[in-house]
Design a protein around this ligand. Structure first.
Ligand SMILES: [Zn+2]
Length: 417
């Protein structure tokens, strides 16, 4: 037995060493890609790594054609340091935020610069085969338009409006995506890109996008989406907290007071989503005789000052505030971002939520709490999908894949011709 034991341990130690190496490689690449540290000495200062270690990591990244040396940086004396930058051919990521009736797609480089982005109409109910074939064509056209070959795609990030098993990218019993149950999304891209496809639900990627638009790398951010339904994305130290089964943040079915008479689509009664979501407000206003069919109708009626709509929004905000106050007591987030289709009502919505949260949550939990509107609006999801792809590329397994990839045939011949 011991004969088996020893090599196994040695392999484990090697693995841990490789992982530490890759994580410092990732840190160095991330700094160079973002332009936050561009010389070896700056990198050493920011990361705390020894100069010799930094040089080794930079050599590995140059060898992997991820980083290039530029001109010497002007200096006050001695040998001028050499500026490092991301190799323009280091790669690109593809991103898609798929909604029920529309989507937003993007191509970005590894430094986060968006090379191309577009919003399009989409009918998710056409099912995975139709929608994902269409998406592949869109991606191919966008890559062609930005001059990036498919071989340079390093990761694909996709958000969908339903529950996803993140480890496999499989949609699980989605309420508003007919035909998608058990659809394994990465499989639809396997033949087209030699790159991993990361799939998550839309609320999680919106949360990731909003976190990337703030200086909250070390903080806890909750993104509350108030649209047709109500959901929450949880970002802890820059990454999505998905829970044991990927269901974390599904706050729409938390029961609230005095709503036991209202049935919810989940089969229960008194859920927050059944009384305070966009669809709940649409139903309420329609019953009151107003012309409201979508969340956008609710928004425009309230913005026009319709008293019934304004009152409904105020009541909904207070009820959402009750749930958010409980989340604040439980989770002690530093930032809460409110987005989704009802977000244009930011003043009424935020004021209502804040009033309840500051009254009901504990003083310590609210002392430094920020509750604010989405900064990215309709772009939150696609920005988050880019982040999701980047996080994979810069992770130890992602970097390992990147550095062990084969040279792309055709690139050199293209260069020579
Ligand atoms: Zn429910």
């Amino acid at each position: 037995m011991s004969a088996h034991h020893e090599p196994h341990e040695a392999y484990g130690a090697h693995d841990a060493h490789a992982s530490a190496l890759d994580s410092s490689l990732g840190a160095v690449l991330r700094l160079v890609a973002a332009g936050e540290a561009t010389t070896r000495s700056e990198i050493a200062r920011v990361t705390g790594l020894a100069r010799s270690t930094v040089s080794q990591r930079v050599d590995a990244l140059r060898g992997g054609r991820l980083v290039v040396e530029g001109r010497p940086v002007r200096s006050t004396g001695g040998r001028p340091p050499i500026a490092l930058s991301l190799d323009p051919r280091a790669g690109a990521v593809l991103a898609a935020d798929l909604g029920a009736t529309h989507c937003r797609l993007a191509v970005a480089d590894l430094s986060g610069i968006v090379l191309g982005e577009q919003a399009k109409a989409l009918d998710i109910a056409q099912g995975p085969d139709v929608v994902l074939s269409w998406l592949r064509i869109q991606f191919a056209e966008m890559l062609a338009a930005t001059g990036r070959p498919a071989a340079e795609v390093r990761a694909v990030g996709i958000g969908v409006p339903g529950p996803v098993e993140f480890s496999t990218g499989t949609v699980v019993r989605p309420p508003i995506m007919p035909g998608w149950d058990a659809a394994c999304i990465p499989g639809h891209f396997a033949e087209h890109y030699d790159a991993p496809v990361l799939v998550d639900n839309d609320v999680n990627i919106m949360a990731l996008g909003e976190a990337s638009a703030r200086d909250t790398a070390r903080e806890l951010l909750l993104f509350i989406k108030i649209g047709t339904g109500i959901g929450c994305g949880i970002i802890s130290r820059g990454t999505v907290h998905r829970g044991a089964d990927g269901a974390a943040g599904d706050i729409g079915h938390i029961g609230i007071r005095d709503a036991d008479h209202v049935p919810c689509r989940c089969g229960n009664v008194g859920c927050i989503e059944a009384v305070a979501s966009g669809s709940a407000l649409v139903r309420e206003l329609a019953e009151a005789g107003l012309d409201a069919r979508t969340s956008q109708d609710v928004v425009s009626l309230a913005l026009k000052g319709n008293p019934i709509a304004a009152r409904s929004v105020r009541v909904a905000a207070a009820r959402i505030g009750e749930v958010v106050a409980a989340l604040v007591n439980f989770h002690n987030p530093s930032t809460i971002v409110v987005g989704g289709a009802l977000a244009p009502l930011r003043d009424d919505l935020l004021a209502g939520i804040r009033a309840v949260v500051y009254r009901r949550a504990t003083p310590l939990a609210t002392r430094a709490l920020t509750i604010e509107a989405s900064r990215l609006g309709e772009r939150a999801g696609v920005v988050g999908a880019i982040q999701l792809a980047h996080q994979h590329v810069f992770s130890p397994p992602g970097l390992h894949q990147l550095l062990s990839r084969r040279p792309v045939a055709g690139r050199n011949s293209q260069g020579r011709s």
